[in-house]
Design a protein around this ligand. Sequence first.
Ligand SMILES: *Cc1c(COP(=O)(O)O)cnc(C)c1O
Length: 495
Amino acid sequence: MDLFYRSTRSKGEAVKASQAILKGLADDGGLYVPESVPSLDKSLEELSQMTYQETAYEVIKLFFTDFTESELKECINKAYDNKFDTEVIAPLVEADRTYYLELFHGATIAFKDMALSILPHLLITSAKKNNVKNEIVILTATSGDTGKAALAGFADVKGTRIIVFYPKNGVSPIQEKQMVTQKGDNTFVVGITGNFDDAQTGVKQLFGDKELADIMDKAGFQFSSANSINIGRLVPQVVYYVYAYAQLLKEGKVGKDEKINVVVPTGNFGNILAAYFAKNMGVPIAKLICASNENKVLYDFFETGIYDRNRDFVLTSSPSMDILISSNLERLIYLTAGADAEKNAAFMGALSTTGKYEITADMRAKMTDFYGNYASEQETADTIKALYEKTGYVIDTHTAVAAAVCDKYKKETGDNAKVVLASTASPFKFTRSVMNAIDAKYDAMGDFELVDELSKLAKVKVPRAIEEIRTAPVLHDTVCDKEDMKDVVMKFLGL
Ligand SMILES: *Cc1c(COP(=O)(O)O)cnc(C)c1O
């Protein structure tokens, strides 16, 4: 029987998985949620004997029920291949009584690769299933990380093209180098003279441009988005929580049905929501520990039941978590409101007009699985240093926010359950902050010099993603004003 998806904002028609993936966002602005979260139909013992790819199939098939077995397996095998630098795809590393689930072994050494390496294949399969003949054009504005992960995912995927706009003077030198060296005839990277908001606004205008949509349709193109609210990104993220638990079981690190806690460094609330889905599928998870940096909207929310984005935006050393609107939280709001789209729409309406909303006591009572806390910049740096000195293991700034919050949780509650902590980026991606945390003397060194120092210190080989950009030629040098974004897109598509 097919599992259907509904929008979080209205009682519109339910759609199949492939339709939800193709659309990304529902017409009413809501997010697609499955009508129910399926239970695992294999035991954890059975799953513990499976590879990452096999586990992925067992999890994703339960959500994307309108895909055939061969369609899904093809998507999975194309995604989780030798783009990853380890066969196990998502290894668990034990350090200081915590299991670090390393989600950064893909093409861009950050966890976005886990979903963005499969999304392109899910999208083109969905297009075929729904008789969409047009070529899919992905349009993205990026402040750094997502753009590169999307480029790497879509590069050379037949039937797709990808255009990424980034603020010419608003990303780090390494991030820019990663993007402008991107290979693949179907990729196009453009710097714009403006900030991230300009890029984002420009992209939104292009998405809403009816005239452009017509011209594109006649020429056989249509836009789509690789945004993190796409259900095609959320579901593949459930896989690694199932896999992690199964691995612990296989290695005898947990007993049968022993409950663990999961800690997730959180921005948009996608990754931790995936852990919540894993729990609801039957993985023995007790607490979902939501870790924020100094942009601690979510901590305040779990403390008070009030979501309030009216505050200063803080630039931190964990930039992928510098977020004031956690868009995936909407799915939890909808579910805890009893899958009531009307109620949820009222909260989201308040969020867009006043920047805040308050949930009911009844809804809060349904969120007791979650625990929120945050780490300051100093606590984050101290955690990197302390863990390195104690164990030799080096973690990135985002992961360190989670590790710091995990310590706070344990001190506060005395809960000693085993912990899986989502390690979302390689320390090589945020080398300067990581090395400075360990010793201030490193600040005098150049970017690539630091990379070599980190490699010696952590006794870890420099990842391919970093080696490549040292010498890779620049392949994209287009820069435009924000007013000219439409012309640039038309030119790239030959219109
Ligand atoms: C995107 C990202 C996060 C936040 O994940 P969400 O799913 O948005 O909560 C954390 N760490 C890194 C390195 C990221 O790139």
